[in-house]
Design a protein around this ligand. Structure first.
Ligand code: 13P
Length: 255
């Protein structure tokens, strides 16, 4: 399968930014700017913004995502949100295993795996984030780290469900630092992710999976990154918070 047959996805990950009012303003500005996009456009927003985000984008080509979900359907988990709750709201996407959750909130590959299974069971499309620390890259173990994350995060998930899963390669050293991986570095790891998926789930599944790059992607570097054969889209932090910075990335993915 060639790249053009996979769904290109440009997703904003707003992180802990934008109040509901600010979310409404940003999405309202963005809607006309990306209406002719030839790729999937997604805004992953804080839980409290979901209602307004779904309302404002109804009938448009912008899809909405959450930034996490719990693995149980309900129960005594104060502060958590279940995949079922998101699905009932009509939220199609959810970011899981972001490095900030791994780094600050004790997320492990085991919990990412549980969350991914729950998201898929509820009919959501998970965007599962993987990526190496700078120190791991310097020690030359990037591929070992990524292979381990892919194996564990997707453990016991069927090939059919893996096809519905988006993988975001986000080198931790490139997130919010202004240091982007070069397009060749991004391609190298995204291609390694596809090869790992092929070993685990077969060639056909691996070819169908959308693999995004994330980490300081912006209007200046997106074109080169997105031109690579295994980079099917982007997961964008900082540049997704300003419509005029996000739109050129959507445009680059639409070419
Ligand atoms: P930045 O684009 O701000 O580096 O963030 C990337 C990211 O973490 C997206 O999930």
């Amino acid at each position: 399968m060639d790249k053009s047959k996979r769904t290109a996805i440009i997703a904003g990950n707003w992180k802990m930014n934008k109040t509901p009012k600010e979310a409404k303003a940003l999405l309202t500005e963005l809607i006309p700017m990306v209406k002719d996009a030839d790729c999937e456009v997604v805004a992953c927003v804080p839980f409290v913004d979901l209602t307004v985000a779904l309302e404002v984008t109804e009938g448009t080509n912008i899809k909405i995502g959450a930034e996490n979900c719990h693995w149980e359907e309900s129960g005594a988990y104060t502060g958590e949100i279940s995949a079922k709750m998101l699905a009932e709201m009509g939220v199609p996407y959810v970011v899981l295993g972001h490095s900030e959750r791994r780094q600050y909130f004790g997320e492990t590959d085991e919990t990412v795996n549980k969350r991914t299974k729950a998201a898929l069971a509820a009919g959501l499309k998970p965007i599962v984030c993987v990526g190496e620390l700078l120190w791991e890259r310097e020690c030359n173990i990037t591929e070992e780290v990524i292979a381990r994350q892919i194996k564990l995060d997707l453990f016991d998930i069927s090939a059919e469900d893996v096809k519905k899963t988006v993988i975001a390669y986000e080198p931790v050293w490139a997130i919010g630092t202004g240091k982007t991986a070069t397009a060749d570095q991004a391609q190298e790891v995204c291609s390694f992710i596809r090869a790992t998926l092929a070993k685990l789930y077969g060639e056909e599944t691996a070819e169908a999976v959308t693999i995004q790059y994330g980490g300081s992607m912006n209007d200046g570097n997106c074109e080169e990154l997105l031109s690579k054969v295994d980079v099917d889209g982007g997961l964008i932090g900082g540049a997704s918070l300003v419509a005029a910075k996000f739109q050129p990335i959507v445009a680059a993915a639409s070419k």
